[in-house]
Design a protein around this ligand. Structure first.
Ligand SMILES: [Zn+2]
Length: 372
């Protein structure tokens, strides 16, 4: 069994007592040395809008079980943004990706407009493999904050254009339209093909037909604009996770950074639709379990699961049972409640406690050994 935290309290008791200058014996000083194992790979899972109540609702309706129970380290983050107690996904994801509190709506830059390198960009620069998988469009706020730097989350076409400048190994998500039917008339998919990407989409290639040559990166588009909900028939999240984990492992000689987003827990919250929230959470929970199992087998992978914010102000009210919840929403927007963080693997211990959302960036970098 691997022990991640080695806490050595080195007492100088096996040393001879030293004499101080006045001749009296000095008391041995205790020195604490904390050494936490480094992670080669980091999988960062964001359940958009997944507060503790969303997790609780999913857990109760899943026979009181969730994959998150396997995680040994739990922390809590403060989700607020630079200008609002209630964050949006752009500021939330920018905090995770770049370690800065910014204004709602901003992607990959602080409130002064200063751009900040993201952990994914840094991983790419340092020669690690990188990937993003989402049930939203690939240019939506959460993935966008890991790979682009724009003033507004609504600049989808500009975000897509910025994606041409990276060498990310794998992207899976919706939003083909932002790459092909653009105001500037450019065909970004053609440009990506010229930049060594294997590009395919759900119109022409089934998931099990994807075959990426070893020397190519993968960009798979799951929809024209927003992907469907699971209830409406979206069925790619589980097979995409399987493919992604295998893909990343094959390229992990220098390690990898992978971001996976369960985007539509948030959309269910905005719609004040309990079954939408629960359904999306339970699928995300399976994805979490797959990542946990991967990390358990792999031994060098840190898995961190959290949300950017809670959505809907969901409550589980009196008269609820395990089979039938009496839920209520207080808003069609987000709330400012603190958010749980779950960690497993090398460096997981750093994620215990209560801290700002920006610290998740620091802790992931520390896990890689990039920052003390
Ligand atoms: Zn939202």
């Amino acid at each position: 069994m691997t022990i991640y935290l080695i806490l050595c309290i080195i007492m100088a008791c096996n040393q001879p007592m030293q004499k101080s200058t006045d001749g009296a014996s000095s008391v041995p000083q205790a020195t604490t040395v904390v050494s936490i194992e480094k992670a080669k790979n980091v999988i960062f899972l964001i359940g958009d809008g997944m507060g503790l109540t969303q997790i609780s609702a999913g857990m109760y309706l899943n026979k009181n079980k969730t994959a998150l129970e396997s995680f040994p380290v739990i922390g809590i983050h403060k989700s607020h943004s630079q200008n609002d107690l209630v964050t949006d996904s752009a500021a939330g994801a920018t905090a995770f990706a770049s370690g800065v509190k910014t204004v709602n709506g901003a992607i990959g830059m602080d409130h002064l407009g200063q751009k900040h390198e993201t952990i994914l960009e840094e991983a790419e620069r340092k020669g690690l493999a990188t990937g993003m998988l989402t049930t939203s469009t690939i240019v939506h706020a959460t993935p966008a904050a890991f790979m682009s730097h724009v003033r507004s989350r609504s600049f989808y076409e500009e975000i897509a254009l910025e994606y041409l400048q990276t060498d990310i190994d794998l992207m899976i998500g919706g939003g083909k339209a932002y790459f092909t039917r653009r105001e500037d008339g450019k065909d970004l998919l053609e440009q990506l093909r010229n930049r060594n990407y294997y590009v395919a989409d759900y119109f022409d290639t089934e998931f099990d037909e994807i075959e990426v040559p070893d020397n190519k990166n993968l960009f798979y588009l799951t929809s024209d604009k927003d992907p469907l909900s699971r209830e409406q028939g979206r069925d790619y999240f589980i097979p995409a996770t399987e493919l992604t984990l295998e893909f990343m492992e094959n390229r992990s000689s220098n390690g990898f950074f992978l971001m996976i987003e369960g985007a539509q827990i948030d959309w269910g919250g905005h719609a004040n639709n309990e079954s939408y929230v629960v359904d999306e959470f339970l699928e995300f929970d399976k994805v979490i379990e797959m990542c946990y199992d991967f990390a358990k087998k792999n031994g060098e992978t840190l898995v961190v699961v959290t949300a950017d914010h809670e959505t809907g102000g969901l409550a589980i009210n009196p008269k609820s049972t395990m089979r039938n919840l009496e839920t209520a929403f207080t808003t069609g927007g987000h709330t400012a409640t603190m958010i749980p963080v779950f960690a497993y693997g090398p460096g997981a211990e750093r994620f215990a406690g209560i801290y700002d959302n920006t610290k998740i960036y620091d802790k992931m970098r520390q896990a890689f050994g990039w920052q003390k």
